[in-house]
Ligand binder design. Structure first.
Ligand code: GDP
Length: 340
């Protein structure tokens, strides 16, 4: 295999790339440095890394899929990282290996990620059986989602059997996380009976469990009230395809309260849906969804990179915006340049 980027001085200083087999071997042996390097490869924007990254992911694929993939969302400050740290520590005590990934399309290269940050989960990140990786930076949501999905496969091949994917409760990133996890958990604040209006209905509908966090001290009564009103609100939602009725629980992540009860529900969900066949069916649907996403992304890229399209784009755009051509005519014309 050739070593890419030999001519660039910046590249020369970097560690040489390995063969796919070497990455696989390191990953399978639970070598976290090797796993980290493979993820960096997956996240790389360099075209010369893409083929190798693909080979590594393909090599890991037969060893992946055995974990439970858990999505966690909630507004900033609700206690996501505190919860993940508490749950993660609990799971490690139970003998699990836990990987925490994040999806945060807004994170910038320079600042690093606000999510999945090691400093936010200091206790968990010090554990040999935990692996914490921030969101790939400087990416569109589509890019972040694809890379995170591949990272899940690498982590599974490395023996992590609980994958936690964290995202912040704003906008489209929930949909992306939902499309790659088995179980989706929504964290809520107490005293927020009215908050239901504030949270996008779609997110509540996606959730397999709602947990009212910070149910401690003065806020316990408020938390109970919130729990009741969420329970009532959930009754109004249509039955989920999984047949699962999302429970509404309380927890106090900071004090490690209610964590094991939530985990019990995850296990219960896993057992029920594996028995009904939904678990596998859901993963198959997700795989199909990602196939279609990839094709759409690729088609769009091929279309806009086509030299004839590039050359005539502005002209056609002008005709359409000035009203001379309809949007459809403009589109058909451009496709015509590609022979369609
Ligand atoms: P995130 O932004 O959703 O990740 O929230 P953090 O985990 O950073 O928590 C935000 C703040 O809430 C921190 O100061 C935590 O200590 C606090 N917090 C988290 N969980 C609890 C809890 O169960 N009870 C109380 N009282 N505070 C909590």
């Amino acid at each position: 295999m050739s070593e890419p980027g030999k001519n660039s001085p910046k590249q020369r200083k970097r560690k040489p790339l390995l063969t796919p087999e070497a990455y696989l071997q390191g990953i399978r042996q639970g070598d976290r440095v090797r796993l980290g390097q493979a993820i960096t490869l997956v996240e790389s924007h360099k075209p010369e890394h893409a083929a190798l990254a693909r080979q590594v992911v393909e090599a890991c694929l037969p060893y992946s899929g055995q974990s439970i993939r858990l999505g966690i969302t909630g507004s900033p400050g609700v206690g996501k990282s505190t919860f993940i740290e508490s749950l993660g520590m609990y799971l490690i005590e139970q003998g699990h290996k836990v990987a925490v990934l994040a999806i945060d399309p807004s994170s910038k290269q320079s600042k690093g990620s606000i999510l999945g940050d090691k400093t936010r989960m200091s206790q968990l990140s010090a554990q040999p059986h935990a692996f914490i990786r921030p969101s790939p930076a400087g990416e569109s949501l589509g890019g972040v989602a694809r890379k995170t999905r591949e990272t899940i496969l690498l982590c599974e091949a490395a023996g992590y059997d609980v994958l936690i994917i964290e995202t912040v409760g704003v906008g489209q990133s929930e949909t992306a996380v939902h499309s790659m996890v088995d179980f989706f958990l929504l964290l809520l604040l107490p005293g927020a009976g009215d908050e239901l209006q504030g949270i996008k209905r779609g997110i509540v509908e996606m959730a397999d469990l709602l947990a009212v966090n910070k149910a401690d001290g003065d806020r316990l009564a408020l938390a109970k009230e919130a729990q009741r009103s969420y329970r009532n609100a959930l009754h109004l939602l249509p039955l989920k395809e999984s047949g699962w009725n999302p429970p509404v629980l309380r927890c106090a992540a900071l004090h490690h309260e209610g964590i094991s009860e939530i985990w019990e529900q995850v296990l219960q969900y896993q057992a029920t849906t594996k028995e009904s066949g939904y678990f596998q069916q859901h993963r198959q649907e997700q795989a199909k969804y990602w196939l279609l996403e990839f094709i759409q992304e690729k088609l769009t890229q091929l279309f806009f990179e086509n030299p004839s399209v590039k050359e005539q784009w502005e002209q056609v755009e002008h005709k359409v915006t000035s009203g001379e051509w309809s949007s459809i005519k403009g589109g058909e014309y451009l496709f015509g340049l590609l022979g369609y």
